[in-house]
Design a protein around this ligand. Structure first.
Ligand SMILES: [Zn+2]
Length: 360
């Protein structure tokens, strides 16, 4: 994808999905996305804010997983704050990408496919594949940056965090500008929007915060402020909330503490807490209070996610720990050069993330 230089050329109307949006104009586009079994039309609503001055083109998306609602509210708040009359460049806001999943409060599409494993998609593929293809063609193409908003899944909650390719200096700069409590250098997931958009030459920040099916004020506030800070960092807008007072943690090494036994788990830590290797952070018991097994950490770091469901099976992911970059070297030495050096004794096992447990 050859992107135009953000600040070159005369300032003209923006064309999105074949619709022209004049400088200073804000327009809702109902992008045709197929037809419903009832005979009606399915559309993907996009709000386009085309600034009065030239600048980059940015997309802001939420609810690619239809039950992840915090991001939907973030988009609404951003649309209430940003006006095209004070904007350089173009903002495409898509608060609900997975329209059909959203209606039935499901992470998936009605065909049980995960949209964020279906990118870049195909015009002749499954329902998920066609929607992914449409989104790539009409939204992602031509955008310099995308911000994709998610929450935890499967009964898990996440510390508000940015997941991005921090090896790219400009992506890292924008990720830091966001100012979320945690910044995770995350490898690309096959089929994800982030992977597909990156392959086409754009940059993507994935925001993860809170849990599905909820509006959580601290998460929404973090996402809202972060999006505005990134837009300012791209010189699209002059004002933004001040940087957060707490210094975010940065990590390229995360792992789940797993259940050493089936039972009922009580977890005594919260997202954002710091833990040391060997800390007792919870307990698993059976329903009678017998057969107690402590949950212990086998690495030091910050809690970036945890399960909210007490009913666990042996091996289930319980608590997600990120080792900050500044702590990573000594941690590795203690573990004898292996990221999993600490698991031998079994309690509070951890291992590198498997794909299905990373919500993005
Ligand atoms: Zn998601």
């Amino acid at each position: 994808m050859n992107l135009p230089e953000p600040h070159e050329g005369a300032h003209e109307a923006a064309v999105v999905a074949g619709v022209s949006v004049a400088p200073g104009e804000r327009k809702r586009i109902e992008l045709p996305a197929g037809s419903l079994a009832t005979g009606g039309k399915l559309t993907l609503p996009i709000e386009v804010l085309h600034g009065v001055r030239p600048g980059p083109r940015v997309w802001l998306s939420a609810a690619i997983h239809g039950d992840e609602l915090n991001g939907v509210e973030v988009v609404r708040k951003v649309l209430g704050e940003v006006t095209p009359g004070r904007l350089a460049g173009t903002l495409l806001a898509i608060p609900i990408v997975n329209v059909q999943g959203f209606i039935i409060e499901s992470r998936y599409l009605p065909d049980r496919r995960d949209l964020n494993r279906s990118f870049p998609g195909s015009s002749r593929g499954s329902m998920a594949s066609r929607l992914a293809h449409l989104f790539m063609r009409e939204v992602v193409a031509g955008c310099h940056l995308g911000i994709d908003l998610h929450t935890g899944s499967d009964g898990r909650t996440n510390l508000p965090q940015i997941r991005a390719d921090l090896s790219d200096p400009e992506t890292a700069r924008l990720a830091r500008a966001f100012g979320a409590p945690a910044l995770i250098h995350a490898s690309l997931r096959d089929g994800s929007l982030r992977a597909a958009a990156t392959a086409r030459g754009g940059r993507v920040l994935v925001f993860e915060g809170g849990e599905a099916h909820r509006f959580e004020r601290h998460v929404i506030d973090s996402g809202f402020a972060g999006v505005l800070r990134v837009i300012q960092a791209m010189e699209m807008r002059k004002s933004a909330p001040p940087p957060p007072s707490e210094i975010p943690i940065e990590s390229s090494s995360t792992a789940w503490i797993r259940a050493g036994r089936s039972g009922l788990a009580r977890i005594h830590v919260d997202p954002g807490d710091r833990v040391a290797k060997g800390d007792r952070i919870g307990v698993i018991r059976d329903a009678f209070g017998d057969r107690t097994l402590p949950i212990k950490t086998n690495r030091s770091g910050v809690i970036i996610g945890l399960t909210r469901q007490p009913n666990v099976n042996r091996g289930d992911a319980l608590v997600h720990v990120a080792t900050p970059v500044e702590d990573a070297a000594p941690e590795k030495d203690q573990a004898g050069g292996s990221e999993n050096g600490g698991i031998a004794r079994g309690r509070g096992r951890s291992e590198p993330n498997r794909m299905e447990e990373v919500q993005e």
